[in-house]
Design a protein around this ligand. Structure first.
Ligand code: GMT
Length: 374
């Protein structure tokens, strides 16, 4: 198949999933055309069967705000027409699904371009609900030939929040468990926890929905019982506030802010427990990355997290903001070697058996075939 993929090219779950999907489809012999305003950050080298088309945005002085969605629609038309695309797969509804709809209409006399939209999370649960976007998001989803959601939770939210009656295929996020795997005696561990402390880890974009400060408060409880460090990976709006909280709680010695990092597999493998105390999380790709490395997860019970994490099996789940309970779960894991090893094995096994690339990418191929035959 010849498939156009549009996504956000920057750090973020939806861009990661879109790019890894494109790479895997290309390996399977499909021709992939990425269409975005910059090269997706995971496309760092040449991949056979993958092409990139950059959307140029006019900065004409009359336009106070860049007209990206319109420029994107024009580029989609150009690529679909000249590269003879079979379908266009857009990730994150805003504004990609709307641009795709426009492109489809512009091409309708020449080409029956099928469009499928993957809903990722905040496009539905947060931004999409803003009054300035809601009608457009609803319309664009209804007009997509196919729609997928990364969890059952997100599917249900979409149908109820937008009063939509439409088939939505649930296709979970996936992970390359050959790349994300346990590494014994990881070298980073010594520098991160030089005195043999246990290591808690959290990776995110430090947006308010992630509740990163909860991870610091969990650590505050944990170190009363177990010597431990907290590694925070990533950057974003709440980082300064988290750094301030560390100073206020006199925890600077125990918390390391690594910022944005490559080499996540090695960093994850230096840790014992992954924390994801989010306010909202449609899937939790970062938790899956940890599970694939054999790291048990302690999370909040929101969104799609309970579809990923098996409570008392691959990790533990507690109410949003229940720091005491999350800390208790962490201490339980860190002080009970047998239980820890079992949870670690279970986490890895679940990642491999349910969420490995080889299990999930064929579901997208099936979804595409269904669209093209409809
Ligand atoms: O909100 C974010 O963290 C970024 C966002 C994205 O689209 O880049 O992440 C969402 O999509 C990821 C990939 O499908 C999911 O794993 C995340 O759970 C989801 N984030 C939220 O729902 C908050």
């Amino acid at each position: 198949m010849k498939i156009g993929i549009t996504c956000y090219p920057t750090y973020g779950g939806s861009g990661v999933v879109a790019t890894e999907l494109g790479k895997e489809l290309a390996l399977r012999g499909h021709e992939i055309h990425f269409i975005s305003y910059a090269l997706p950050f995971r496309l760092t080298k040449f991949f056979e069967n993958i092409m990139f088309h950059e959307v140029e945005i006019s900065n004409y002085p009359l336009f106070e705000f860049p007209l990206y969605s319109l420029a994107l629609a024009s580029k989609m038309v150009e690529v679909a027409k000249y590269e003879k695309l079979d379908l266009l797969h857009v990730h994150y509804a805003i504004p990609h699904a709307s641009s795709a709809y426009l492109a489809k209409q512009m091409l309708k006399d020449k080409l029956d371009l099928k469009i499928t939209t993957t809903l990722h999370g905040t496009d539905i649960t947060l931004v999409g609900l803003e009054p300035s976007f809601l009608p457009l998001v609803k319309f664009s989803i209804e007009e997509s030939d196919g729609v997928t959601a990364v969890s059952r939770f997100l599917k249900e939210k979409t149908l109820t929040n937008y009063s939509i009656e439409k088939q939505i295929d649930v296709i979970p996020n996936f992970i390359d468990t050959e790349a994300y795997k346990p590494i014994k005696d990881c070298v980073f561990r010594k520098s991160l926890a030089p005195h043999g402390e246990k290591v808690l880890i959290h990776t995110s974009n430090f947006r308010t929905v992630k509740r990163v400060s909860d991870t610091i408060r969990i650590l505050e409880q944990v170190i009363k019982e177990v010597p431990a460090k907290l590694i925070l990976v990533g950057d974003g709006p709440d980082r300064s506030e988290c750094e301030r909280l560390c100073r206020e709680l006199h925890l600077c010695e125990h918390v390391k802010f690594l910022g944005k990092q490559e080499g996540l597999v090695e960093i994850l493998n230096s840790a014992d427990v992954f924390l994801i105390p989010s306010q909202s999380e449609s899937f939790g790709l970062s938790a899956l990355e940890a599970m694939a490395c054999g790291i048990p997860v302690v999370s909040s019970s929101v969104g799609g997290l309970p579809e990923l994490i098996k409570h008392n099996e691959t990790g533990f789940i507690a109410e949003i903001g229940d720091i005491e309970r999350m800390a208790k779960y962490v201490i339980d894991l860190l002080t009970n070697e047998k239980k820890y090893d079992l949870f670690s094995k279970n986490a890895r096994k679940r990642a491999v058996n349910v969420f490995d690339t080889s299990k999930v990418v064929p579901l997208y191929e099936e979804h595409y075939k269904k669209l093209l035959n409809s």
